[in-house]
Design a protein around this ligand. Structure first.
Ligand SMILES: [Zn+2]
Length: 386
C-alpha cells in the first residue's frame, strides 16, 4: 500500500479547519504543539500553501504572536479576553489559572517552528528576552525544565526533552551566533548540558530520563539530537557503539500482544522477537514492548542523526507505517486498527520523511520539520543575525 495522500490531507485539513474531538480538551494548554503538528503535517504533504488563504495565514501568525510573553518565550495558547470568565465562587481558581500561564520551553519551540513553517520573518520575536529567559530555565545541575514558576523557580521534569527543545530554540534564534559576538548575548551552559546528558546513558546503550534509569526511545532521541544541534555528539555519548546496538534492537515485528501469527514466525532472542520474514517491521521504545507508530520516528530519526539509518530495513519500516497503522480515514494510529490521533499521525508522517518515502517532503532529522523549512531558517533568517 502507498501513502493515501488524499486521505492524509483530508485528515489534517479537518484538524486545521474544524473543531477537534472532545478528547483533545485535556490538551488545551498544549494548543501550540497541536497547531505546529497540524501546520507541519500539511507542509510535509506539500499541501500547506493550498490549505490557507493569505488572510488565514496572517491570522495564524497573529494567533501565535498573541501567546508571546514580554519577559520572553511563548505560552501554550493565546491569552484572550474571552478565555477569562467573570470571577465567582466556582470559577475564581480557574480564572487565576487562565490569567497567569507561564511561557514554557515546549510551547516556545513549537511557536517558533510554526512561525517558520508559515514563513514569518521572526521580526516580532523578542529574541533577547527569549534567550535571557532560556538561561533561567537551566538548573544548577545544567538540565532544563519546562518553565519558570511565579517564584522564578524552574518547574518540570529533568529529562532530555527540555534540553533538546531549549537547544533548538537557541539555534532558531541565533543564540549560538550571538554568544560569540561582542558584547556577547546571554547564553546557556552548553558544556554543563553535555555533561548532564552524558550521565544518562544506561549500561545497555540507550538514554533514560535520569542516571541509572531504564533507557527509552524518546529520551534517547532527544539526548542525541540535543547534542547534534550544538555539535557535541562526540563529547556527549560515552559509548556510541552500544547506543547504535540498542537502537537497532528496537525493531520488532510484534505489533499486538496477542498476535499469535507473528509470534509463530518470530525468532525469539533473549525474550523478545526480532524481524525475520515479515514485510513489515515496527519499532518499540523499550525492551519487551510491542511496536508503536511513534517509535518509528524516535528510533529511525536517532539513527539518521548518527549517520546509521542504513542499518535498519527502511522498506520494512515504511511498510509497517503504510500497511499496519495508516488509517483509512487518514492519519496514523498508535497500533494497527487504532483510530488516528494527532501525535501518532504527525510522527508517522515525519518518519516517512526520514525513511525516504517519495510521497512526502524530506524531513530534517533533529527538528522533525521539513528540510524546506530548515533551509528557510538557515538561508533567510539566520544570516540576518550575524
Ligand atoms: Zn506512541
Amino acid at each position: 500500500m502507498a501513502l493515501n495522500c488524499a486521505k492524509q490531507k483530508t485528515y489534517w485539513l479537518r484538524c486545521l479547519k474544524t473543531f477537534l474531538p472532545n478528547g483533545y480538551t485535556s490538551m488545551d494548554s498544549n494548543r501550540m504543539m497541536i497547531a505546529c503538528f497540524i501546520i507541519s503535517a500539511l507542509d510535509i504533504l506539500s499541501a500547506l500553501d493550498a490549505s490557507m488563504t493569505t488572510d488565514e495565514r496572517s491570522s495564524y501568525i497573529e494567533w501565535i504572536y498573541a501567546s508571546q510573553q514580554d519577559t520572553g518565550g511563548f505560552q501554550g495558547f493565546p491569552r484572550t479576553p474571552d478565555a477569562n470568565p467573570e470571577p465567582n465562587d466556582s470559577h475564581s481558581d480557574a480564572r487565576l489559572t487562565i490569567i497567569w500561564e507561564p511561557a514554557t520551553v515546549p510551547s516556545t519551540f513549537f511557536a517558533l517552528a510554526a512561525l517558520l513553517l508559515l514563513r514569518d520573518d521572526f521580526s516580532r520575536v523578542g529574541r533577547r528576552e527569549c534567550l535571557t529567559w532560556l538561561t533561567k530555565c537551566q538548573r544548577a545541575d545544567c538540565s532544563f525544565g519546562q518553565n519558570l514558576n511565579d517564584k522564578g523557580e524552574v518547574d518540570g521534569g529533568y529529562d532530555t526533552r527540555f534540553g533538546y527543545l531549549a537547544m533548538h530554540i537557541r539555534w532558531m534564534l541565533g543564540g549560538d551566533l550571538l554568544a560569540t559576538q561582542e558584547p556577547a548575548w546571554p547564553d546557556v551552559n552548553i558544556d554543563g548540558l553535555v555533561r548532564s546528558i552524558r550521565a544518562l546513558q544506561a549500561y545497555d546503550g540507550g538514554f533514560g530520563d535520569l542516571p541509572c534509569s531504564e533507557p527509552h526511545g524518546g529520551y534517547t532521541n532527544c539526548a542525541v539530537n540535543a547534542l547534534a544541534i550544538v555539535d557535541k555528539l562526540a563529547d556527549g555519548i560515552p559509548d556510541e557503539d552500544a547506543l547504535i546496538h540498542w537502537l537497532v534492537l528496537r525493531q520488532t515485528r510484534q505489533f499486538e500482544p496477542d498476535n499469535e501469527d507473528d509470534e509463530d514466525e518470530d525468532e525469539e532472542q533473549g525474550g523478545f522477537a526480532t524481524a525475520t520474514t515479515s514485510s513489515a517491521i515496527g519499532f518499540n521504545g523499550r525492551c519487551n514492548k510491542i511496536a508503536d507508530t511513534c517509535y518509528t520516528w524516535w528510533i529511525c530519526d536517532t539513527l539518521k542523526t548518527l549517520g546509521q539509518i542504513e542499518l535498519i530495513d527502511k522498506s520494512k519500516a515504511t511498510s509497517y507505517l503504510l500497511n499496519k497503522t495508516q488509517h483509512f480515514i487518514g492519519g496514523f494510529g498508535k497500533y494497527p486498527s487504532d483510530p488516528p490521533d494527532i501525535y501518532h499521525s504527525y510522527l508517522g508522517l515525519a518518519a516517512l520523511g526520514i525513511l525516504g518515502c517519495p510521497d512526502v517532503k524530506p524531513v530534517h532529522s533533529t527538528t522533525s520539520i521539513s528540510v524546506d523549512a530548515v533551509d528557510y531558517l538557515e538561508k533567510v533568517i539566520r544570516p540576518g543575525y550575524s
